[in-house]
Design a protein around this ligand. Structure first.
Ligand SMILES: NC(=[NH2+])NCCC[C@H](N)C(=O)O
Length: 419
């Protein structure tokens, strides 16, 4: 499959997901925060909820599981050794390379995802408070963040937190070596034309949206640094593809539910977007910046907000309010549980949490029919029969991990949109 992402809403053709496993339970309340969760999770409930998301996706597109992709990549001895070398260098676990190399592909996949337990074989390790030598990838099921489709390339993330670093190395190995994908990876961590990369470069997929082939909206804050966006500008200049537009939104650093742009702004249709109003329109709103890249020429100015900036580029999106218009508390409560985090699988067809009832009500007022995931999976309803719909999934446990439907999906191919 040639990867191709030229919008946030084009009909979904291919998507990469990860069904959560024991790695989501391998934490205690004390270290949940370090794992970037707002609470500890119960795997059996999270799995039932997740099955609703993956069940719906399997009805509509080709679904790739990270675990299977990685196991298959590890069958390639060169790719395996390179990946182990990269991981052990990044995680400073010399000596592990040989030990891990001796494992079978499927055993190794499990260790890389679920973690390698620290052996109590010397005094330091015996006295250590750590359970793991190589930590589990608690956040791997948020496949959105570690790599992102940018037109026909895959842009590799550069995570703000070391607990998520291994995810990007795995994604890079998959997109470079797995025969299922035809693509070119762009890694902002690697020097472009020999120019050393700023150590402050961070970039996560939750902050990155391709709105139209030539228009990107990017959040900057706790997860994506301005240096990360500057690195994207350099790569765009390098591609010499005519005029490209970037709209950058500064995000508040607290609470943690504002970590990514997609927690406050997502696209729903050719004429609608979901917004968490206090951040996108609020009075003490952070800055919205427009950057025009015309081959080598970069011009920058300030804009009132994302929808206004998009309008000037011919993309007119009506904002629909997360949590409904009336009650600020409902907005806050629903935003916290990923109420603005919708995943569009076609123009006007989206997936989100059923718990956020005020948000669903607002969508319904705007013509979106509410459809239950279980009915889609059982074949009682067909999403093709709707012009606009929101497919709802359960999300009591999943939301505690800190994300919603958009965070849990990494689209790799979408059909073009008829704007
Ligand atoms: N695209 C997103 N909003 N992803 C949410 C990721 C949540 C995850 N616990 C983290 O903090 O990294």
């Amino acid at each position: 499959m040639q990867t191709c992402i030229n919008s946030e809403i084009g009909k979904l053709e291919g998507v990469v997901i990860h069904t959560p496993g024991s790695e989501v339970e391998n934490m205690t309340p004390e270290n949940a925060e370090r794992a970037l969760y707002s609470d500890i999770l119960n795997l059996s409930i999270a799995s039932q909820e997740y099955a609703q998301l993956s069940g719906v996706l399997k009805k509509i597109a080709q679904v790739f599981e990270v675990k299977q992709l990685l196991t298959e990549v590890l069958e390639n001895p060169e790719a395996k050794m390179q990946l182990l070398k990269d991981i052990c260098t990044h995680e400073r676990t010399p000596g592990m390379e040989e030990k891990l190399a001796a494992k079978s592909s499927s055993e190794l996949t499990n260790l890389l995802i679920e973690g390698v337990v620290l052996e109590r074989n010397n005094l330091t390790n015996y006295l250590s408070n750590e359970k793991f030598l190589m930590r589990p990838l608690h956040n791997l099921f948020f496949t959105r963040d570690s790599a992102m489709g940018m037109n026909e390339n895959m842009l590799i993330g550069r995570m703000a937190n070391p607990v998520r670093e291994r995810e990007t190395l795995i994604m890079e190995a998959i997109f470079n070596h797995h025969p299922a994908f035809e693509t070119k990876t762009i890694n902002p961590e690697k020097p472009l034309h020999g120019i050393p990369v700023d150590a402050k470069v961070t970039l996560e997929g939750g902050d990155f949206q391709v709105i139209r082939e030539d228009v990107y909206v990017i959040g900057t804050g706790m997860r994506t640094s301005t240096q990360g966006i500057d690195a994207i500008i350099e790569h765009i200049k390098d591609q010499h593809r005519g005029v490209r537009h970037l709209i950058v939104q500064e995000l508040p650093s607290t609470p943690e539910s504002f970590i990514h742009l997609d927690m406050v702004f997502t696209c729903l249709n050719t004429d609608a977007c979901m917004v968490y109003e206090p951040v996108v329109y609020g009075l003490n709103r952070h800055k919205t910046i427009y950057i025009r890249i015309d081959n080598n020429k970069v011009t920058i100015n300030e804009q009132p907000n994302i929808p206004e900036a998009l309008k000037k580029l011919g993309i007119d999106l009506k904002p629909i309010t997360c949590g409904g218009k009336e009650d600020l508390w409902a907005q806050e409560r629903e935003q916290w549980h990923s109420g603005a985090n919708f995943f569009a699988f076609a123009p006007g067809k989206i997936i989100g949490y059923e718990r956020n009832v005020h948000t669903l009500n607002e969508l319904s007022k705007n013509g979106f029919e509410i459809v239950r995931a279980s009915d889609v999976i059982d074949g009682k309803v067909n999403v093709q029969d709707y012009k606009k719909c929101v497919v709802t999934i359960a999300g009591s446990e999943l939301a505690r991990g800190g994300g919603g439907a958009r965070c849990m999906t990494m689209p790799v191919r979408r059909a073009e949109v008829n704007w």
